[in-house]
Design a binder for this molecule. Sequence first.
Ligand code: PAF
Length: 285
Amino acid sequence: MSFDTVRTVDALRASIAPWHEAGQAVGLVPTMGALHDGHLALVGASRISCVRTVVTIFVNPAQFGPSEDLVRYPRREAEDAEILRSLGVDLLYAPPVSEVYRPGFATRITVGSLADRLEGAHRPDHFTGVATVVAKLLLQARPQRAFFGEKDFQQLQVVRRMAADLDIPVDVVGVETVREPDGLALSSRNEFLSPAERAVAPALNRTLCAVANAVSDGVDCQAEAARGAEALIASGFDKIDYLAVVDAQSFEPIGKIARRPARALAAGFLGKTRLIDNVAIPPAA
Ligand code: PAF
């Protein structure tokens, strides 16, 4: 089985064209590298439902704010490529920044109110950067399916909205979050946590589950979310950007649960490391 790494749009298109011509379903797994089991679950989902799997590794500067962790974001492409090869991935697209944002690049995709809430409110321009690069990757590779983790649940919904609004013919597939045994969602940023911070980190998922279970009984979501944020600080989190219960599609805040799907989401800091997570509000009892 052959595995290749390409770095230009032309080479990407040339590699994929014969698969399209042969009618083989192509799955795309966009990543920023530093692969962990969460990424491998995306690859696994693509390998099950597509004949060909293309993984992209690109640490996209456009989705990092000026004070964020672009410089320290882990990069280990050689190691990642070996993992992808061993998993039976067909193609790795790992372009340099100069290939993605060529001189004169000026187009940006904004996704409206869905992208302005929660993550968007705390990371201005983040989802514009995500939507723009994902749209480019979808148009370059023209996959039948593209796979995104539910850990970045708002990103998943933003990508779905963008692809639908731009009539990009792709099935955007969400893949369940992969967790450590203590509940911590896998993330490339977990490796920044000190042992003490790592010990506190599972409180994020624990608290979200407690909030999700409490609000499903019809109690006031805002009050429960505020209690959850206080509990996270009491557990040792240094700062909470948000803890909210929202409509899972529009991301509008919910007062009392009257409709589903709904989601509880949170973002908080342990030292300099920002963690996010989310859980579904369970069905009515
Ligand atoms: O989730 C990520 O790793 C990134 O946001 C993505 C989707 C690869 C776009 O850069």
